[in-house]
Ligand binder design. Structure first.
Ligand SMILES: Nc1nc2c(ncn2[C@@H]2O[C@H](COP(=O)(O)OP(=O)(O)OP(=O)(O)O)[C@@H](O)[C@H]2O)c(=O)[nH]1
Length: 363
């Protein structure tokens, strides 16, 4: 596929429109007046014919050698607008129609190259029209007409430019809103951590990566011990503060590549992403438990809090077989086993079982 497929398509579209709409109309106009015997009509016929040949050659070039060439915008604007001026000078009153071609060119340049080039094209057109007003006998005698055509060539591009700008601004604003909504949908509002949906999407990516690179995944699930007690004794607001502190302190134990998320309530998960995750997993778990245990105050109230963690270490192939839900479920089961064993501790399992040994976790 051509690197700038859209631009090439647009360029071809412009070629077709030019070849089949304004130029045949211009040609037919001068043909009509030639048949009627207007003295300057044959000049116009020659100009319109030259325009048509030029447009045809340009169409062939775009078809055979698509893509931009150096100075494309400036050349297109200068050649088209100058040819229009010559046509107006050579055809006097019959040339009024060419002012609409000027306008067409400016709008076309805006669509092909952007608002700045449309402004330049309109500037070319208006300067050219002033030159026509000064150089051509017919137009010098009809200043009102040249002034009207000039206005037309300024006002319409300016109006279209404001429409294009408005359109781009609303698109940019929509994109910003969409980004903000996505962020809200993927963030846990209390702690600012990724939420369940965001975590699942990260885990999904990690599973694909582990499968592709034949590496492993280390997933840690932890839950505060006795959180309900804090809520009941201090109130929900202080419970919220404890959750925020937990997110902060645990986050400080992790590396930038690791993902800490809150699944809901007092349940958190960590996806270890660093290269040496297998070797780090137990150390990280110990650090997390220690970080939680170090919280001794919530909003000035003394608290004693610990956490229990379940870990799964899974090879890429097993991760794909278990799926994200399956892995979370395994880690959750281990976390409950740790609670049963007396809380404030970690239970780890691996799939396949030998992964523990490979990772050196049993040494
Ligand atoms: N403050 C606060 N509490 C919450 C929030 N979400 C859930 N909870 C409460 O958190 C508590 C979680 O319950 P458990 O995890 O079973 O309570 P626990 O005392 O930690 O029990 P163990 O895990 O067995 O030690 C419940 O009381 C919920 O009402 C929240 O966003 N903020």
């Amino acid at each position: 596929m051509h690197p700038d497929r859209n631009a090439v398509d647009l360029e071809l579209q412009q070629c077709h429109i030019r070849l089949f709409v304004p130029l045949p109309i211009l040609f037919a106009w001068y043909l009509f007046w030639t048949v009627k015997g207007h003295p300057q009509a044959s000049n116009g016929l020659a100009v319109a014919g030259a325009f048509l040949v030029f447009a045809f050659v340009h169409w062939l070039r775009v078809r055979t050698n698509p893509g931009p060439y150096p100075g494309r915008q400036f050349t297109a604007i200068a050649v088209d607008q100058t040819a229009c001026m010559i046509g107006m000078i050579l055809t006097g009153e019959l040339g009024a129609i060419i002012a609409f071609v000027n306008l067409w060119i400016s709008l076309g340049n805006g669509i092909r190259f952007g608002v700045k080039w449309m402004a330049l094209s309109a500037l070319f057109a208006t300067t050219g029209l002033i030159a026509v007003g000064l150089l051509s006998d017919y137009w010098t005698q009809h200043p009102i007409w040249i002034f009207s055509l000039l206005l037309l060539n300024v006002a319409i591009p300016a109006y279209v430019a404001s429409l294009i700008r408005g359109y781009h601004e609303s698109r940019a604003q929509l994109a910003r809103y969409a980004g903000e909504m996505e962020e809200i949908a993927l963030t846990d509002t209390l702690t600012g951590l990724p939420n369940r949906a965001a975590f699942f999407s990260q885990l999904q990516k990690a599973v694909s990566h582990a499968q592709r690179t034949q590496s492993s995944i280390a997933l840690l699930y932890f839950d505060l011990d006795g959180f309900k007690q804090v809520n009941d004794s201090l109130g929900h607001a202080h419970g919220d503060s404890l959750l925020k502190q937990t997110a902060l302190r645990v986050g400080q134990c992790l590396r930038g590549e690791d993902v800490l998320a809150r699944l809901g309530g007092d349940e958190f998960v960590v996806l270890l992403n660093a290269q040496d995750k297998e070797k780090r997993v137990e150390k990280v778990a110990a650090r997390i438990l220690q970080a939680v245990a170090s919280i001794d105050q919530v909003d000035g109230h003394r608290v004693e809090v610990t956490a229990s963690a379940g870990i799964v270490l899974v090879s890429g192939a097993h991760a794909a077989a278990l799926g994200s839900e399956g892995m979370i479920h395994e880690a959750d089961k281990n976390m409950y086993a740790a609670k049963k064993k007396g809380k404030n501790q970690t239970v780890l399992s691996s799939f396949p079982a030998e992964l523990r040994l490979v990772a050196g976790l049993d040494r």
